[in-house]
Write a protein that binds this ligand. Structure first.
Ligand SMILES: [Zn+2]
Length: 84
């Protein structure tokens, strides 16, 4: 195991350090569990199997999941049901 004696400023921690052992100077005053949030959603309509990719920086917060299928190949008179 190679040890690097350089400290990392806690404000410099970002996703590039996930899964790596880091060394931070200072005193720990609070600890909490990390929360993982998806940033990319692959959605598929259960009726017509149309797929759509949605990116989000805040996980599932907000209304990012569309309620209606927007498959352009579906006949407008035979639209997919809501929340399919
Ligand atoms: Zn559909």
């Amino acid at each position: 195991m190679k040890i690097n004696n350089n400290y990392i400023n806690i404000k410099s921690l970002d996703t590039s350090f996930i899964g790596k052992l880091v060394r931070i100077s200072g005193i720990v005053i609070s600890v909490s569990k990390s929360i993982s949030k998806p940033i990319k959603f692959h959605l598929r309509c259960s009726k017509c199997m149309h797929e759509k990719i949605i990116k989000s920086k805040n996980g599932l917060s907000g209304n990012i999941i569309p309620r209606y299928c927007d498959n352009p190949d579906v006949d407008p008179n035979d639209r997919c049901p809501v929340d399919s």
